[in-house]
Ligand binder design. Structure first.
Ligand code: PRX
Length: 651
């Protein structure tokens, strides 16, 4: 049974309640409580109604067909996501409204109105088509946070090609793995990206990644220029700006996609070393993304929405690109990090663009807290009216700091629980209706039947904990894992028949509010990034000096969780500081910098049960300095004593 005792103990003392103000409620898009009951009684009717906010070429005939674990939503319906996110807005009063206001790390900026965005997307669609991309083909995208990134997504969707975005922080090896799994014929990358004034060698990584893969063409956006020092391979590589210049400027006809055609793949970590290609489809995903920005984010036409995530993760897909643009909103997109050139960069951006809705991660909020309130204080943040968080549980202290120092006590906070697999926020307040509690994502949004259940799948009584589940299918649910339907079935529908298991533990309080406790599987959440322990272990044992490795997540003040690796080296290998550094670097190169272990502890042996299973719980206890629990099943109890001593030494 999932449990996180310290978090739970803390949360149970939380009694503060923040009801929406009368003025917020009055103007909110969703301000009639009856929506919850209506949606619960008739979820299909509710989603069918929400789907009417999209433009369909052909209306759907059937709302849902459900043969667990396979759902089909809006069958018979035909639509195009890019038509919905861009073209329909070009035909009305939003034509010259800002769609994307982009801020580059070095301070350069670009604004795209819906009309300008549409022209760029059409040209990019022509370009991709001329390079051989057709409906149903996979295109991998490995770009920094520059406008060509959303343009590439939207161009793929206009053609009906399936995009697979790989976060720019991933290594060449991780990129390669994802290219091969998706069988992608084309890759879009950049010469390099900026990060705190330094260069990220994206093209060099891409060169290594595509060797002997199905990728025949690499399109290279020139973000940095000369300094990046890239070499172009004749016959394979083309510059984005050159190919765009050759492409026709005529409108590109939007492909009429079936509601169930695949829109994108997005890889995420699971309990095995192999990442999962999460499959999202067209009509259902867009319906929930669109509903979510109108309901949870209360998006109005004059809002300026700043989601600080990278489009390489699902949050950026749904809340920078598809959700807000489908609703005709204005988004701010930022290329760099929050502390470059100064620790007030986000607040500077909020002030510069008049951001009204800010969506960020608890790890960032904790970092801002550490830096101090003087940074936000130096800026005029009066444009803000709503705040959001996502990615990991937020501790009440961080929630309160966000509320006071960023929201000035005025802005509701929506703590949104969801996953790559769910497509959009599933448990979150509706800011005009829900009284919030610091640290709780509150209750499922209308149309989502989420609950906390016990080992037998029975709803737990208020005041108890268990497994978080979603009982009924919903339109933006993942349809399968790309190329591995059996893994899909086992991972998400293997425990409870026909009920979705997200892999999180949760507690339900006396008011029925949900408190997420964290993952119940071997997945670590480092600064809101999901990392499988197996991935890091595989990376470590791929080093020629390593015999065995066990990786755990331990609690960390800023990152939420940090990676601790226990490593056994091969006979005769000397351990020491330089090997620690080398192994950390090896993991960063194998997966990406976000997977770099915080600490590495060398040990002659790992604690194992008599049947040979590594006792991770015990390792976690050691890393978190807790009194050790039951070690009676341990094969050799002295292993633990020496590990404990060593861990203390390393601190
Ligand atoms: O453990 C939950 C945590 O992040 C996981 C999903 O990670 P990913 O697919 O990368 O998507 C992150 C952004 C949607 C979940 O299983 N998580 C996400 N949001 C919250 C959260 N935990 C607690 N509270 C949240 N608001």
């Amino acid at each position: 049974m999932p449990n996180d005792d310290s978090r739970l103990a803390n949360l149970l003392h939380e009694t503060r309640l923040f009801p929406p103000s009368e003025s917020f409620r009055k103007d909110a898009n969703f301000n009639d409580d009856s929506v919850y009951d209506r949606a619960q009684q008739d979820p299909e009717g509710f989603w069918s109604e929400q789907a009417q906010h999209l433009s369909w070429f052909t209306p759907f005939e059937n709302v849902l067909s459900w043969e667990p674990p396979h759902a089909k939503w809006f069958e018979g319906g035909k639509l195009n996501v890019t038509y919905n996110c861009v073209d329909r807005h070009r035909q009305g009063p939003r034509k010259n409204k800002a769609a994307i206001m982009w801020e580059g790390e070095p301070g350069d900026s670009r604004v795209f109105t819906y009309d300008m965005l549409g022209r760029e997307v059409d040209r990019a669609a022509h370009m991709l088509q001329s390079l051989g991309v057709q409906r149903g083909d996979r295109v991998t995208i490995y770009l920094p946070m520059i406008p060509e990134l959303p343009i590439s997504l939207l161009a793929c969707a206009k053609i009906g090609a399936i995009h697979s975005v790989v976060f720019g922080g991933f290594s060449s090896k991780a990129l390669r793995e994802r290219i091969i799994d998706a069988d992608a014929k084309l890759l879009i990358t950049a010469d390099a990206g900026w990060r705190r004034g330094a260069l990220i060698p994206l093209k060099a990584n891409a060169d290594e990644a595509v060797v002997d893969t199905p990728t025949e063409t690499v399109v290279v956006v020139q973000r940095v220029g000369e300094k990046a020092g890239v070499t172009m391979q004749a016959g394979r590589d083309v510059y984005w700006h050159e190919a765009m210049a050759k492409a026709p400027s005529a409108p590109f006809p939007a492909a009429e996609m079936d509601a169930e055609d695949i829109l994108f793949l997005l890889y995420t970590s699971g309990t095995t070393g192999k990442p999962k290609g999460i499959v999202h489809t067209t009509g259902g995903y867009l319906t929930v993304a669109n509903t979510s920005v109108r309901s949870v984010f209360d998006m109005k036409d004059d809002d300026v929405f700043f989601c600080t995530a990278d489009i390489g993760w699902v949050t950026g897909h749904t809340y920078i690109v598809y959700g807000p643009l489908s609703a005709g909103a204005t988004v701010v997109m930022y290329e760099g990090s929050p502390d470059f050139p100064g620790r007030d960069r986000f607040w500077d951006i909020v002030e510069k663009y008049g951001v009204s809705i800010l969506y960020t991660a608890p790890t960032s909020i904790r970092t801002f807290m550490k830096w101090g309130a003087q940074y936000p204080k130096a800026h005029n943040l009066s444009s803000l009216r709503l705040l959001g968080t996502v990615g990991e549980p937020i501790n009440p202290e961080a929630w309160m700091w966000y509320h006071e120092h960023i929201g000035h006590g005025r802005c509701p906070i929506v703590d949104t629980w969801w996953q790559t697999e769910t497509g959009a926020a599933m448990i979150a307040p509706l800011p005009g209706l829900t009284a919030t509690k610091p640290g709780s994502a509150t209750r499922p949004v209308p149309g989502i039947d989420a609950d906390v259940v016990d080992e037998n799948g029975q709803s737990v009584a208020p005041g108890n904990g268990g497994y978080l589940v979603i009982r009924k299918p919903w339109p933006s649910m993942l349809r399968t894992i790309w190329g591995d339907d059996e893994r899909f079935r086992k991972t998400y529908y293997g425990k409870f028949d026909g009920i979705y298991l997200p892999g999180d533990g949760a507690h339900k309080d006396a008011d029925g509010y949900v408190w997420i406790l964290g993952r119940i599987d071997d997945v670590i959440n480092v600064s809101g990034h999901r990392i499988g322990t197996m991935e890091v272990e595989s990376a470590l044992v791929s080093h020629h000096m390593v015999a065995e490795a066990a990786v755990i997540g331990r609690s960390h003040d800023i990152k939420g969780q940090a990676i601790t690796a226990f490593v056994t080296v091969k006979e005769g290998i000397a351990t020491g500081e330089s090997l620690v550094a080398e192994l950390k670097q090896h993991v960063a190169e194998s997966i990406g910098a976000m997977a770099r272990p915080e600490e590495i502890i060398f040990t002659a042996e790992l604690p194992k049960t008599r049947s040979g299973k590594i006792m991770r719980r015990l390792l976690r206890d050691i890393a978190e300095g807790r009194v050790l629990g039951d070690t009676t099943t341990l094969a050799d109890p002295s292993v633990v004593e020496s590990l404990k001593a060593q861990y203390r030494e390393s601190e």
